[in-house]
Ligand binder design. Structure first.
Ligand code: PEP
Length: 257
């Protein structure tokens, strides 16, 4: 059984003090949770304060990005080693905003995954198709390449530190969510890719999160899908009440396929 993972991506929001307020509210509201892995990803400048404020709570802290080198002349960048130093458990990599706005390629994202694993950190590895790619029938080719190139060179053992997040770009921050069926279909396909690229055990054990306008009102249906092991939440993770409700999703038997 894969333990559910609920992750919040705070993106470029909140000062240190605002971040501290939010994590305090989450830590209080989620202190009794043991059956879900909870992760939040604040901006770099808030990481240290949020790690300190989350201490003793079930909430782990990740970064939203990293640079694939341990140190060196890389002005403006932050390495996995430095993230580990402030208490992060890992980082989100390959988010569609970084792919689109900063031109990150599958190969560069692969370097980041490798760098995180080399530092013994976890990689929350995001993939997903644009609306144009979906509508022109290229969605499966895109997902296939993103998985093949983004996870290239990893051993099945290293995959134990990787969480895949399927985030259809057209559903991010748009209020449009994939239907439960659309999301499950993509997740089942991605699980098949993990089997093909690695093996049955990796396919069985790797958590695959859904992301894209997840809210308190749609999380239960998504989490009821057999291959959806958790969610990566943007906007709703900035509102304590909403994120707490998402972590406390209602459990039902997975739909049979
Ligand atoms: C995200 O940023 O990863 C995301 C899924 O955002 P939102 O929930 O706001 O669509």
């Amino acid at each position: 059984m894969r333990k559910p993972i609920i992750a919040g991506n705070w993106k470029l929001h909140k000062t240190v003090e605002e971040s501290r307020q939010l994590i305090k509210a989450l830590a209080e509201g989620l202190k009794d949770v043991t059956d879900v892995e909870i992760v939040v990803a604040p901006v770099f400048t808030s990481l240290e304060s949020v790690v300190a404020a989350a201490k003793g709570s079930p909430i782990a802290i990740a970064a939203q990005n990293c640079y694939p080198a341990p140190s060196g002349a890389f002005t403006g960048e932050v390495s996995p080693a430095l993230l580990k130093d402030v208490g992060c458990i890992g980082a989100i990599v390959g988010h569609s905003e970084r792919r689109q706005l900063f031109g990150e390629s599958n190969a560069f994202i692969n370097n980041k995954v490798q760098a995180l694993l080399a530092a013994d950190l976890r990689a929350i590895f995001c993939i997903g198709e644009t609306l144009d790619e979906r509508e022109s029938g290229r969605m499966y080719d895109i997902l296939t390449m993103q998985v093949k190139e983004g996870l290239a060179g990893l051993t099945p053992e290293q995959m134990a530190k990787v969480v895949v997040a399927y985030e259809p770009v057209w559903a991010i921050g748009t209020g449009k969510t994939a239907s439960n069926e659309e999301a499950e279909e993509a997740h089942a396909f991605i699980r098949g890719l993990l089997q093909g690229n690695f093996n049955e055990k990796v396919a069985e054990n790797t958590p695959i999160l859904y992301g894209g306008s997840v809210k308190p009102g749609n999380v239960d249906g998504l989490m009821a899908q057999e291959d959806i092991d958790g969610v990566l939440v943007g906007g709703a993770s900035l509102v304590a009440e909403d994120f707490i409700r998402i972590v406390r999703f209602e459990r039902t038997e997975p739909a049979q396929h």
